[in-house]
Design a protein around this ligand. Structure first.
Ligand SMILES: *Cc1c(COP(=O)(O)O)cnc(C)c1O
Length: 241
């Protein structure tokens, strides 16, 4: 523990955790699903392990880091007996081997090159790696993710690789001023998710549609997301050190 945890910080995390759970449950039911069908993943960048583990003690089951270095530095401290660690950020090919045996899923695969390296390292480690394909749904320059018209070919290529399993789609939509704008991107993602769910292919299971963050996770669930990634709404404003 790098600093004394204040009661106030933990009390806020507790209140936030149950509020988010409730909001997810309500959105799930509104969209005809059960609360337990929605995975609540906490985005834990900049959050110290003791605080993350406190959230885990409340019932949080999924955490996600977005930087390799940070994940490695915190790795020994996560309570991985009670929660599952995923990688949600941009991943450089040359860093795959550093995390391949440490994460339950890599959410941010957007190229054949990256997938090939995940496949290769998974074979070496004797494991099968779960991945999501990241889609650049807003067609933003300088943003990770494949364009939707590239999705079919990429999924086809990855599905031929050994020891790698596509489990769904992920996106980080453009920052939108209005909720109605971001919902258009969520709806477009849901349509892609449904389209690819219908195309049966080996090593591809469209189990997860990962979208929605602190400001819009309820909208995402209403649009059909079954995994949300929430950071600051749970842990408070991030403090970059
Ligand atoms: C940080 C992060 C989130 C969560 O962001 P908040 O706005 O703090 O909820 C979700 N997804 C990814 C990939 C992130 O890096």
């Amino acid at each position: 523990m790098t600093e004394k945890l204040s009661r106030e910080v933990l009390d806020n995390v507790r209140a936030n955790y149950f509020e988010i759970k409730e909001n997810i449950a309500r959105a799930a039911e509104k969209s005809g699903r059960k609360p337990e069908e929605i995975t609540f993943l906490a985005a834990t960048k900049t959050v110290e392990p003791a605080v993350i583990n406190y959230a885990v003690s409340l019932g949080l089951k999924h955490i996600g880091e977005n930087k390799v270095q940070e994940l490695l530095s915190k790795y020994e401290e996560y309570d991985l007996k009670n929660c599952e660690l995923q990688f949600i950020g941009h991943l450089q090919t040359n860093k795959v081997r550093q995390i391949i045996d440490k994460v339950a899923m890599i959410q941010s695969v957007d190229s054949r090159k990256l997938a090939a390296e995940i496949s290769k390292q998974s074979v070496k480690n004797g494991i099968v790696s779960n991945i999501l394909i990241e889609v650049n749904i807003g067609r933003e320059e300088n943003k990770s993710g494949v364009l939707k018209e590239e999705l079919d070919e990429l999924i086809g290529k990855i599905s031929e690789m050994p020891n790698i399993k596509i489990r769904g789609l992920m996106t980080v939509p453009p920052i939108c001023k209005e909720k109605i704008e971001v919902c258009k991107f969520f709806d477009e993602m849901y349509q892609l998710f449904i389209d690819f769910s219908c195309k049966k292919s080996d090593n591809v299971c469209m189990d997860y549609l990962s979208m929605g963050m602190s400001d819009d996770y309820e909208e995402a669930v209403l649009s059909g997301a079954n995994m949300v990634r929430v950071g600051s709404r749970l842990f408070g404003q991030r403090i970059y050190r």
